[in-house]
Design a protein around this ligand. Structure first.
Ligand SMILES: Nc1ncnc2c1ncn2[C@@H]1O[C@H](COP(=O)(O)OP(=O)(O)OP(=O)(O)O)[C@@H](O)[C@H]1O
Length: 219
């Protein structure tokens, strides 16, 4: 992970609308997401937290402005180059987990290894350790349809953390969790940040937002 203190991921004067005739979701948003820190994005439902995460995670292109990754504007790169940057550096936890229903929990966690071309056997130990740490190792051979929403969210987090990404993006990563699991997730994200990761979460949990190193309130 990067040891730089800041500037791994920056957005500059971002503007975004989902369609040319649609309303503007983001306008003039500039943020430095610091390495070694958790940044919490808060704001009312529909204000654009998920949209901003998708843009920062290179899944959406901004309509205006730039996304800088390690100092380079990556907003206009080809899709394949953006995907490669994302796969090699970023882990994403989606709001509704988005696990592959046809594959086991363990295979879902190992999915980034497949895309990165790393043999599964090299990472199956880490995958098991993550599932253990999040209290879902007993579900390793189950399918996503056989586990609870909170368990699915923790499995999605294991998947996001598998390759020790430099950037971790979480869309309500504790949204379905009880207090104890929320704490485990928080400690894990905090530990990743302490090791240098840039962690960005969208959350409606005001208590978590106050614990983050930086707190950006969108409106
Ligand atoms: N695929 C889409 N196409 C068109 N509009 C969309 C799309 N996704 C989101 N929107 C709209 O963009 C705006 C911002 O949505 P977004 O999901 O980013 O908000 P949010 O702050 O994350 O909300 P929440 O807290 O409810 O998750 C909303 O008005 C939403 O209806």
């Amino acid at each position: 992970m990067s040891s730089s203190s800041q500037g791994v991921l920056q957005v500059r004067e971002l503007g975004f609308a989902y369609s040319s005739r649609g309303s503007t979701v983001l306008s003039g948003v500039s943020i430095d997401f610091e390495a070694g820190a958790i940044t919490a994005l808060t704001g009312p439902s529909g204000c654009g937290k998920s949209t901003l995460l998708y843009i920062a995670g290179l899944m959406l292109r901004p309509t205006e402005g730039a996304v800088l990754f390690q100092g380079t504007d990556v907003s206009a790169l080809r899709d394949s180059d953006r995907s490669q940057i994302r796969r090699n550096n970023m882990g994403f936890v989606f709001q509704d987990a988005l696990l592959d229903p046809s594959r086991t929990v363990l295979d879902n966690v190992l999915e980034p290894a497949v895309f990165a071309g790393v043999p599964r056997r090299h990472l199956s130990g880490r995958a098991h350790d993550l599932l253990e740490a999040f209290g879902v190792s007993h579900r390793a051979s189950h399918r996503p349809g056989q586990i609870s929403g909170g368990q699915a969210q923790r499995v999605a987090l294991c998947r996001a953390l598998l390759l020790e990404p430099t950037v971790i993006l979480g869309d309500e990563p504790t949204g379905n969790l009880d207090a104890d699991s929320t704490e485990v997730v928080w400690e894990t994200l905090d530990s990743a940040a302490n090791q240098g990761a840039t962690v960005i979460i969208a959350t409606h949990n005001a208590r978590l937002a106050t614990r983050a190193h930086a707190h950006i309130a969108l409106s």
